[in-house]
Design a protein around this ligand. Structure first.
Ligand code: PDD
Length: 290
């Protein structure tokens, strides 16, 4: 399939879809982004993604270039022109183009780029054995709640994880609490409860994180949003969430098995429930359908 991208409302073949070299996204990472899944033409939590995009934009003093409904239309049209059965839509909004200066003169026209590609999914091997992670002390900035395109620290973390043969790097705070991964939120099962770091400036409010918490409560699990660490007694399982992974067990951290070192029963039930909701969305357009 020849891919089509959308640049400021214009649809172009991907190779011709370009942005100015003085775009502030390119020179300053002065922008925000979203990644949304589209399953058989139905978007998973589009409203929540666009609301988060608007919040991230507002946090850097940027307005969406058009009302949310219009943006949703652009995103849908981008998918229609690249209609993967399971698609991953990337939306990037930057402050726009200006001669390089930290403080640009005057108001700029923001740059909006939307692409649609096949949604990646975890390999069968990863699903069978679980993902692996390393831990790194958090060296990112203090506004990780903003979905900023400034992802250098995350790239460095992922590269270090790959160098050590792991899938993800978990960021730890100075006290050793697990905050989140480079591109994922992280959960543990501790004494049978689902535990994850509370929403603050150190973590991104993942849309899949919120979905997992909802599904866990529906399944009768206690959910605790509190600081936690990997050496807590009664920690039996670990898992991560993101738009591209749904929920995935993590079975080794820093080369040490988590619990039994294999995907645990709670993670497997939660994954099954999440996949069921996604299948319902695929088939009926409503993920709550039975
Ligand atoms: N990453 N935390 C971080 C730092 C992230 O970058 C992401 C998403 C998440 C999970 O958010 P969500 O459930 O809304 O996808 C948590 C996306 C997928 C990316 O950068 O590709």
């Amino acid at each position: 399939m020849t891919l089509t991208a959308c640049v400021n409302g214009r649809f172009l073949p991907l190779e011709q879809a370009t942005v100015h070299i003085e775009d502030r996204g390119f020179q300053f990472a002065d922008g925000v982004y979203e990644v949304v899944a589209c399953l058989n033409g139905h978007f998973l939590d589009m409203d929540a993604h666009l609301a988060r995009l608007e919040r991230s934009a507002a946090a850097i003093d940027l307005l969406l270039p058009c009302p949310r409904e219009e943006l949703a239309g652009i995103v849908e049209e981008t998918w229609r022109r690249n209609p993967f059965a399971d698609a991953m839509i990337y939306i990037q909004l930057t402050r726009g183009v200006a001669p390089r200066a930290h403080l640009p003169a005057g108001e700029l026209v923001p740059t909006l780029v939307v692409t649609s590609r096949e949604l990646p999914s975890p390999s069968p091997e990863k699903l069978e054995h679980g993902a692996t992670a390393i831990t790194l002390e958090d060296f990112r900035w203090k506004r990780c709640d903003i979905k900023s395109i400034a992802l250098l620290a995350s790239v460095m973390g992922k590269r270090e994880a790959a160098r050590r043969g792991a899938d993800e790097a978990f960021w730890l705070d100075a006290e050793g609490h697990v905050l989140e991964g480079c591109s994922t939120n992280v959960f543990a099962i501790i004494a049978g409860h689902l535990v994850t770091h509370p929403l603050d400036h150190q973590v991104l409010g993942g849309i899949t994180r919120a979905m997992l918490i909802r599904l866990a409560r529906e399944a009768g699990l206690e959910v605790e949003e509190r600081p936690w660490s990997l050496d807590e007694a009664d920690l039996t399982e670990c898992m991560l969430t993101s738009t591209t992974n749904a929920v995935l067990p993590v079975c080794r951290v820093d080369d040490t098995p988590v619990g039994e070192g294999a995907p645990g029963p709670v993670a497997l039930v939660l994954r099954q429930r999440m996949l069921q909701a996604m299948d319902a969305l695929r088939e009926t357009g409503n993920r709550n359908a039975a």
